[in-house]
Design a protein around this ligand. Structure first.
Ligand SMILES: Nc1ncnc2c1ncn2[C@@H]1O[C@H](COP(=O)(O)OP(=O)(O)O)[C@@H](O)[C@H]1O
Ligand SMILES: [Mg+2]
Length: 417
């Protein structure tokens, strides 16, 4: 039996012991309490030893020269709470930072030594931090998306759940463009099935855009108010350019019509928030750039028309209630219309990607997360934005593709006749 199991058993017998008025039961209760306290002390002692060894092994320690040779100093452990989750406070050594425990591979190794799956570090006052040992990967469990729709763009849709179980929401009316990257099969499209199905019924939201795959947009939206503003397939790339240019023209009309003393359009039924979905956008650009170019003076190449329309929607659309949702396997500057275009995404999500792609979209803060994330399961993503640090989330899953079609057929806004 491990020290932690002893704590558990002593705690159970202390809590479940009979509490009666008699002297005997009071004595029994006191003994159970003493045994519980002793088991916690024994556990804390064992934990201090394991933590010290783990720190030494990982080099989170100081080597001090003394007369008889070298001695190792490790961060001091303060209060231990068996939990669950197991938490304990630690005093950092001079020169150490809270991040040292979660740097590179330290966190999982420390956690595994202590019998957990992961580690969270919470800075306390002064040089003290609290370490929380997570018992299992909270993102292993998928979570289903109930058949929900928002009644207005100002209402938050569910984006995902964080490692500490917080459900994150985002309102499409908030002025942020969304960038989503991930390798093939990492769950980008499935995430958007969930997102778009939640938005499809709102009377002040229009789901428009371009989708060369024809799965996210297109047929599933037939007979809805959104469908006329969507272009799919690769047979007619020109149609994608025309749609995007029409959206830019609508944006310009709205920008001209901003009322005096206002700096943005308020979405209404007549001027809904337009979500411009760009599924596999680098693929659209590649297809457009692969077509024969018009002769000099006979028009602008399709790829350039698409790039410049999207750039205008990204840089000027927010005030006019336009939001861009771009999906790409990799947010390389050249693949998404330039570094300036990439900088316009306030909300950024990365499903499984190689470490360099993660850093490209989330900055150097995400560097130490890269190695683990390169093997992330479908539906697990890193999120930056919403005023929070880059963090790992699991996005909700609505199920099979057929369920997406059913939900749109049931809820999506229809044309008023
Ligand atoms: N949130 C999720 N939870 C569980 N499985 C998922 C999730 N998202 C996607 N998947 C699985 O991964 C597969 C690929 O997802 P998909 O969205 O098509 O990837 P991508 O668009 O990035 O290529 C799906 O068919 C589904 O089985
Ligand atoms: Mg896809």
């Amino acid at each position: 039996m491990t020290a932690l199991e002893r704590v558990d058993r002593a705690h159970t017998s202390y809590r479940s012991g009979a509490r009666g008025p008699g002297l005997l039961s009071r004595m029994r209760e006191r003994r159970a309490q003493r045994e519980y306290e002793a088991s916690v002390l024994a556990f804390a002692h064992a934990l201090r030893g394991e933590f010290r060894e783990a720190c030494t092994g990982l080099g989170i320690c100081h080597y001090v020269q003394v007369a008889v040779g070298v001695t190792v100093r490790t961060p001091r452990v303060g209060e231990v709470r068996p939990g669950p989750p197991l938490t304990f406070t630690v005093e950092l050594l001079p020169g150490q930072e809270p991040g040292d425990f979660v740097r590179k591979e330290n966190a999982p190794r420390l956690a595994h030594t202590l019998g957990g799956h992961g580690l969270r570090v919470e800075p306390l006052a002064g040089r003290w931090v609290r370490l929380v040992v997570l018992q299992h990967d909270p993102l292993c469990d998928g979570f289903g998306l109930p058949s929900l729709t928002v009644a207005a763009g100002a209402e938050a849709v569910i984006l995902g759940r964080t490692e500490d179980g917080v459900t994150l929401g985002h309102a499409i009316a908030d002025p942020a463009h969304l960038g989503v990257q991930g390798q093939n099969g990492s769950g980008k499209s499935a995430f958007c099935y969930g997102l778009l199905s939640q938005l499809a019924a709102a009377p002040d939201v229009l789901v428009a855009g371009s989708d060369i795959t024809g799965l996210l947009l297109g047929r599933a939206w037939d007979d809805t108010a959104h469908r006329p503003h969507q272009v799919t397939g690769t047979a007619d790339i020109g149609a994608h350019a025309v749609l995007l240019e029409d959206l830019v023209a609508e944006m310009d009309r709205r920008l001209e019509a901003i009322p005096p003393r206002r700096d943005k359009i308020e979405p209404t039924l007549a001027t809904p928030t337009v979500l411009v979905v760009l599924e596999e956008f680098p693929g659209l650009l590649r297809a457009a750039d692969g077509l024969p170019k018009p002769k000099r003076g006979e028009g602008v190449p399709l790829g350039d028309r698409i790039r410049s329309s999207v750039l205008r929607l990204l840089s000027e659309g927010r005030k006019a209630a336009f939001r861009v949702l771009m999906l790409a396997q990799r947010f390389e500057a050249t693949a998404v219309g330039g570094g300036y275009a990439r900088d316009q995404f306030a909300l950024r999500l990365s499903f499984r990607v190689p470490a360099d792609s993660l850093e490209m979209l989330h900055g150097t803060d995400a560097r130490h997360l890269g190695q683990e994330h390169a093997n992330a399961a479908p539906g697990v993503a890193y999120l930056s934005g919403l005023g929070r640090d880059c963090e790992r989330i699991r996005v909700p899953h609505l199920g099979e593709y057929g369920e997406y079609c059913d939900r749109l057929a049931r809820h999506a806004r229809r044309v008023h006749r």
